[in-house]
Design a protein around this ligand. Structure first.
Ligand SMILES: *Cc1c(COP(=O)(O)O)cnc(C)c1O
Length: 358
């Protein structure tokens, strides 16, 4: 549909040719040792990327990222908990919603203009058993200080659940350093794969706290039992897992996860410095490498800009929803990004504003 377009949307993101090629061939049978080794490779690769503690396990769900969020709440929290949920936008609000649906007592911790480095003074008073955060609140392009959150969680004996879906591969996450018990990842953001595969990394502490759930498909204990032999209880997203295995190798070939993060940092900083002469300002000062959220300063509608970029230049960026549709649009730096590719967007913006790029 958009094959000839330039992709700067925050999921699905720009994919590399070698990953797309894997999607073009026959899906193999998977109940055998060949596929088990793919699952084990994917598990080990993910554990390495987030520096998970020894004994951590990965759950592979055939679903979008929200299923990862919901299933974590279902498998790790119950009515005796009181979850402190960081809510700085649409995805934080989704966690509050999920807790409410599953009748998990929760405190809606609304935040704005802070990366929570000073969580100790900002957090509401109360007895909390868990801290839930979307490390990168994708709706506004805002990155939290997960290490500060981890210290706070540790000090207060709280389980630390991190939705890292839109910052893995582009921004650093270290489960051990940041005292994280659960990480939720998804295929279609920084991993630059098709949507449909969600991964949950469970630390030994989280594994110990798994409970019996009233769900067949989202029963983590069942996934762990099958995972012992490199399998999943139900048909996995076979092709996406083959693509994930290759993607993990690709990250290694390109110099490892730290190099992928450094590269995303370079591209995002290049983009931000290149558009300084345009009537656009960044929406937050706490930006991830994964994304830049922009606000027009000349009164132009953000949504009009998004549509004009698509129809006039074949460049896809992402509008914000609701009452932010005219004030904010977002540019993703996730996926198979380079400065040269980003130049297409930068040049389009200069042409659109009729400003000469210096
Ligand atoms: C994209 C995203 C999700 C998952 O959304 P799905 O549409 O269910 O894949 C969850 N959390 C964050 C922070 C995201 O950016």
């Amino acid at each position: 549909m958009y094959e000839d377009h330039y992709i700067f949307t925050p999921g699905p993101v720009k994919m590399s040719q070698e990953i797309m090629d894997i999607g073009a061939v026959q899906t193999p049978y998977f109940r055998n040792s060949e596929f088990s080794s793919v699952v084990f490779n994917c598990e080990q690769g993910l554990i390495d990327i987030v520096n998970a503690p020894k004994g951590s396990k990965v759950i592979f769900l055939t679903a979008s990222g929200t299923a990862g969020m919901e299933s974590v709440v279902m498998n790790l929290l119950n009515s005796d908990d009181n979850a402190l949920v960081v809510n700085g936008g649409g995805f934080g609000a989704r966690f509050v919603h999920i807790c409410n649906v599953h009748e998990i007592p929760n405190t809606n911790f609304r935040v704005k203009n802070t990366n929570l480095s000073d969580i100790n003074t900002l957090a509401p008073q109360g007895e909390f058993s868990a801290l839930i955060v979307n490390a990168h609140e994708t709706s506004v392009g805002h990155l939290y200080d997960v290490t500060a959150l981890g210290h706070y969680a540790q000090k207060n004996n709280m389980m630390h659940i991190v939705d890292a879906i839109s910052m893995l591969v582009t921004d650093k996450l270290d489960m051990q350093k940041s005292n994280v018990d659960v990480v939720i990842a998804s295929s279609q953001k920084g991993f630059a794969l098709p949507p449909g595969l969600t991964m949950v990394v469970l630390s030994p502490n989280a594994i110990q706290r798994l409970q019996d759930v009233k769900s067949l498909y989202f029963n983590f204990k069942d996934y762990l039992a099958n995972g012992e032999r490199g399998q999943t209880p139900y048909t996995p997203a076979v092709t996406i897992m083959l693509q994930l295995e290759e993607r993990l190798k690709q990250i290694e070939r390109r110099g490892g996860i730290s190099q992928s993060i450094a590269s995303a940092k370079e591209v995002s900083e290049y983009f931000r410095s290149s558009i300084k002469d345009l009537p656009l300002k960044v929406t937050t000062s706490f930006m991830p490498n994964a994304m830049t959220a922009l606000t027009p300063t000349d009164g132009k509608s953000a949504l009009d800009i998004v549509n004009d970029l698509e129809y006039q230049y074949k460049v896809m960026v992402c509008p914000n929803g609701g009452d932010e549709k005219d004030t904010i649009f977002r540019v993703s730096h996730m996926g198979d990004m380079t400065k040269e590719y980003t130049d297409v967007l930068i040049d389009a913006l200069y042409d659109y504003y009729k400003v000469t790029r210096s």
